[in-house]
Design a protein around this ligand. Structure first.
Ligand SMILES: [Zn+2]
Length: 200
């Protein structure tokens, strides 16, 4: 049996704080962050040591997952940037590190501070990690909702457009037409009560 830590997480033999998953990949909160305490690892199911050893389809799938996680982090923390890092010195199973970053960050300082924290055994407390993971999952659900509502908005726009054409008037707001503002409030109020996401 493969003893790789990440393979064991995929098999459910080791617990992790999962914040996203799809058929090919999962994303977990890093318990040993070096850039920011909300540092996420996006991991492909296929066991290879380096991301560039994946096939093209698997690599495309991995980076689609990276994009989803970046959007989750953006919604949860609204950073100036979402940064990526990949090296593979820790666990020899390919993974992309995704982390929020701000304009005034000095990454080197962050690295050094976190190294000092780890040396003095002051890593991020478990309860804090639980809260961060929950915040990311909430953001994931809202992103999923936004996608569903956007699709509905697009299809409504098409049908509204057809209707307006039939009646010879433009489809404008204040006449019951779906607008981005109504879509935004629908995201927050209606659809998010039953988010279409996988139960982790
Ligand atoms: Zn593995």
């Amino acid at each position: 049996m493969n003893e790789c830590l990440f393979c064991r997480m995929f098999r459910g033999e080791v617990e992790s704080r999962k914040v996203y998953e799809d058929d090919d990949n999962m994303a977990i909160l890093d318990i040993n962050p070096r850039m920011h305490e909300c540092q996420v690892l996006v991991i492909p199911r296929t066991h290879v040591e380096q991301f560039y050893q994946l096939g093209d389809e698997e690599l495309a799938s991995l980076f689609r997952a990276v994009k989803e996680v970046a959007l989750i982090i953006k919604r949860a923390y609204n950073p100036d940037f979402v940064s990526l890092f990949s090296r593979g010195m820790g666990v020899p199973h390919a993974h992309i590190i995704v982390s929020p970053a701000w304009r005034n960050d000095v990454i080197l300082t962050g690295f050094m501070l976190n190294r000092i924290n780890i040396l003095f055994n002051a890593a991020v407390p478990s309860q804090t990690l639980d809260k961060i993971a929950e915040k990311l999952r909430n953001a994931r659900d809202k992103n999923e909702c936004a996608k569903v509502v956007k699709q509905r908005f697009e299809s409504n726009k098409i049908s509204q457009g057809k209707r307006a054409f039939q009646y010879g008037r433009p489809a404008v707001p204040n006449q019951g037409v779906v607008t981005p503002v109504s879509v935004a409030s629908e995201v927050e109020q209606t659809v998010c009560e039953t988010p279409p996401h996988k139960i982790l």
